[in-house]
Design a protein around this ligand. Structure first.
Ligand SMILES: [Zn+2]
Length: 132
C-alpha cells in the first residue's frame, strides 16, 4: 500500500514536473536558440542524423549547457518522478521509514527522513575535517 495519499502524490507530481520544466527553461534560455522547441535531452535526439553535418557534436555541445548542479538536479527530479510512479516515494532510502508529507511537499526530491538527513550532514561535516 502506497504511504502517500492520492492528493499528496498528485501535488508532488505536479511540482516535480514544474521544477523540471523550470530547469529546462533555464537551460534553454541560456542556449540562446529560440527556435529550439524541445531541449535535446532524451533518446529521440539521436535519431536519423545521417547527413555530413556534425549533428551529434551539436547535440552533445547542447547538453554541456547543463551545468553540473543542474544535471544533478534534473537527475534528482527524474528519480523522484520515477519513485512516485512506482509507488516508492515518501520512504526514506536509508532507514525505510515514512518521510513526513510536509517535508516531501517542501522538497519533492527529498530521499531521506529528517533524522537520516541530519546524520548524513553530520557525517559529511566530520568527513571534511577542520576548516583550515
Ligand atoms: Zn531515515
Amino acid at each position: 500500500m502506497p504511504p502517500l495519499s492520492q492528493s499528496v502524490s498528485e501535488q508532488l507530481r505536479a511540482s516535480l514536473h514544474q521544477a523540471r520544466e523550470d530547469l529546462l527553461d533555464t537551460v534553454r534560455s541560456r542556449t540562446d536558440s529560440p527556435d529550439d522547441e524541445a531541449p535535446s535531452i532524451g533518446p529521440l535526439a539521436h535519431q536519423g542524423q545521417s547527413d555530413d553535418a556534425p549533428q551529434s557534436e551539436m547535440l552533445s555541445h547542447n547538453e554541456q549547457h547543463l551545468a553540473d548542479h543542474e544535471s544533478n538536479l534534473l537527475h534528482e527530479i527524474d528519480v523522484a518522478i520515477g519513485k512516485l510512479e512506482s509507488g516508492g516515494a515518501g520512504i526514506c532510502e536509508s532507514c525505510g521509514r515514512d518521510i513526513p508529507e510536509a517535508r516531501l511537499l517542501a522538497t519533492p526530491t527529498v530521499r531521506l527522513c529528517i533524522e537520516c538527513q541530519e546524520q548524513l550532514e553530520k557525517d559529511q561535516h566530520s568527513g571534511r575535517g577542520p576548516s583550515m
